[in-house]
Write a protein of this length. Structure first.
Length: 575
């Protein structure tokens, strides 16, 4: 299973090698820690491109550009220090090569961050040099020969294995561990800390020293003495002695939202500012440390569980915010159980991080949104690696059985179908990637082909110039969607009702065009694959409207006490 995360974790952050291992061993499956040579190659090409373009934009030397890049990086997580360490080791070679007009592909092959294995194609992002590749590479090798270069001779997996980086890697791991002092993963899934699967991912804990206190539970003794479910409503009305939780929430049918999803559900996002030389400044990397400790996901702004105001200025709100607006008793009852690279198959490895007690907690709306990775992988021979409808059926039924034994009665499960990803190629292939905008030399078609060549594409099937392959991928996606539809129509479970909803990206595109937008504006610019914040919020809005129309019981009633809750409890303690 290729996780798109792998590719882009290393990419803009090639300079920040320890961060590859920062996948936080506590919370992440270990397979993430190993990176193929392909990821290192992508990372190198990206960073060298940025250095080259910074020099161009500021009319500076390569040395100046490298120093500029490091100076922009924050001190946090030793980002700046690591950057300086790396230019100290590789800087002089990069200077020599770029000064001799070699491009990033040549630089990275010369330094052996990219390798062409025997019998394998040559992978390159930029158009090939006019003179023969072999000749160019030989010339480049001559240029750096005199300096004893420290070749990238790690296992090809973790750049922390480079001796000069071992120490800093250790420091970063320690810094991260110390930043979550009270986190005890086994006993308490809720946190007072935002990142590392904290409250960016599920409702903030309101009493970290009491395990029986967490968002989504049925109130303990109507929360007379403390806010046992963290919804900000507790205590007793002095006027009549009635507990507020009873007065405002009893019979309001509170419920939470739980997403079982992939990188789209977690809102994977690499800021274009991190790789666009012409816009780069001291402010560009402010959000980087947080993003890194959130696995480059932004669940706090996602379509299902986002709770922050959108950064893109559209009126649509996440499912969670709409549930809260409908019934303020639902405050903080959200869980984003999504992982980069998640599929019907590997969901079983992390579904246990879902927190719901059949008796103690309120019912939940669970959205099952494995929208891509069952057909998306980076393999050269990608079709045989896709999930078959039979296997898919089996996987999904396993998940449903698990849910039936963990969700309170009266819950709801909504399947999201898979999209038809052909819009990616159709709308992006001849547009310039952020790296290619300055010199008009990298299109998405080139990026896709580079990633496919290295076998690190998040989705070879759709991110491909091969129309037959794209069509095959869409056909498989449709078969899998039909499998979900069939299960939803046939199967019955005691603790939840089951629904199917089409993943109607074409409807979002139409709506966006009606507002004067272009389809490509709905896709993450750096990875050329994920739906962006606008698309995610529009999709969430669509889902809400359809559910409200067809199955209003899923969403529950509007709570008539919302205004009083606001009057007594203000913002209910925030998020
Ligand atoms: C760039 O810098 C060089 C050397 O400092 C100078 O000769 C040249 O005029 C500069 N070009 C621009 C466009 O500023
Ligand atoms: C948190 O829980 C502990 C243990 O139950 C309790 O003593 C304390 O008062 C609680 N704190 C708040 C702010 O409710
Ligand atoms: C396109 O993809 C199909 C299906 O995988 C494959 O059979 C065919 O050889 C590919 N065509 C080219 C030109 O690679």
């Amino acid at each position: 299973m290729q996780s798109p995360w792998k590719v882009f974790m290393v990419a803009p952050l090639f300079f920040l090698p320890p961060l590859q291992s920062l996948a936080s061993p506590l919370y992440e499956d270990q397979s993430r820690l190993s990176h193929s040579n392909g990821h290192t190659c992508v990372g190198c090409v990206l960073v060298v491109s940025v250095i080259e373009q910074l020099a161009q934009v500021h009319n500076s030397t390569v040395q100046g550009a490298m120093e500029r890049l490091c100076s922009y990086l924050p001190e946090k997580l030793f980002l700046k220090t690591t950057c300086y360490l790396i230019i100290d080791k590789f800087g002089s070679d990069i200077i020599k090569l770029l000064s001799a007009d070699m491009n990033a592909d040549v630089v990275c092959h010369t330094l052996e961050f990219c390798k062409q294995n025997i019998g394998q194609p040559l992978c390159h992002l930029y158009p090939l040099p006019k003179v023969a590749w072999e000749f160019t590479l030989e010339k480049a090798r001559q240029i750096v020969k005199k300096s004893p270069i420290l070749k990238y001779s790690g296992s090809g997996s973790d750049i922390c294995s480079l001796p000069f980086l071992a120490k800093i890697c250790q420091k970063i791991k320690l810094a991260i561990e110390r930043s979550v002092p009270f986190k005890d993963v086994d006993s308490d899934k809720y946190s007072i800390f935002p990142t590392l699967r904290g409250y960016h991912w599920r409702g903030r804990d309101c009493n970290d020293s009491d395990e029986s206190v967490y968002p989504g539970r049925r109130p303990n003794n109507w929360d007379v003495h403390q806010d046992s479910n963290c919804n900000g409503i507790w205590g007793v009305d002095p006027k009549d002695g009635v507990p507020y939780e009873k007065k405002f929430c009893e019979g309001s049918q509170p419920r939470g939202i739980i997403l079982l999803g992939d990188s789209a559900g977690a809102h994977f996002h690499i800021s274009p500012e991190w790789i666009t030389a012409s816009q780069m400044s001291l402010n560009s990397f402010i959000s980087l440390p947080t993003a890194l400790t959130d696995e480059l996901d932004w669940p706090q702004l996602s379509g299902a569980t986002g709770f922050l105001d959108s950064t893109v200025g559209i009126k649509e709100k996440s499912i969670y915010l709409r549930l809260w607006k409908r019934n303020h008793c639902n405050h903080r009852d959200y869980q984003n159980i999504a992982r980069n690279g998640a599929s019907s198959q590997n969901l079983k490895t992390f579904i246990e991080s879902l927190s719901r007690h059949t008796m103690l907690d309120h019912p939940a709306i669970v959205i099952y949104a494995m929208i891509g990775n069952d057909v998306c992988n980076g393999k050269r021979d990608t079709v045989p690696a896709m999930t078959t409808p039979e296997k898919f059926y089996f996987n999904v039924m396993q998940t449903l059985k698990y849910l039936n034994s963990h969700l309170p009665k009266g819950s709801h499960v909504i399947f999201y179908g898979l999209p038809d990803g052909t819009f990616l190629w159709d709308n992006l292939h001849n547009r310039y990637h952020p790296l290619g905008q300055l010199n008009k030399d990298v299109t998405y078609a080139q990026l896709y082909s580079f990633l496919n060549c290295l076998q690190v594409s998040p989705c070879h099937g759709w991110m491909s110039s091969n129309k037959t392959l794209r069509t095959l991928t869409s056909e498989r996606a449709e078969q899998l969607s039909n499998t979900l539809k069939k299960i939803a129509a046939k199967e019955k479970f005691t603790n939840f009702n089951l629904f199917y909803m089409e993943f109607a990206f074409h409807e979002i595109i139409q709506e966006w065009q009606k507002r004067g937008g272009q389809p490509w504006q709905l896709i993450e610019p750096v990875d050329g694959f994920h739906p962006n914040e606008v698309a995610l919020l529009m999709l969430a809005d669509r889902l809400w409207e359809k559910v409200q129309l067809q199955w209003p019981q899923v969403l529950g009633k509007e709570n008539p006490f919302n205004p009083q809750i606001k009057e007594v409890f203000g913002d209910q303690g925030g998020h």
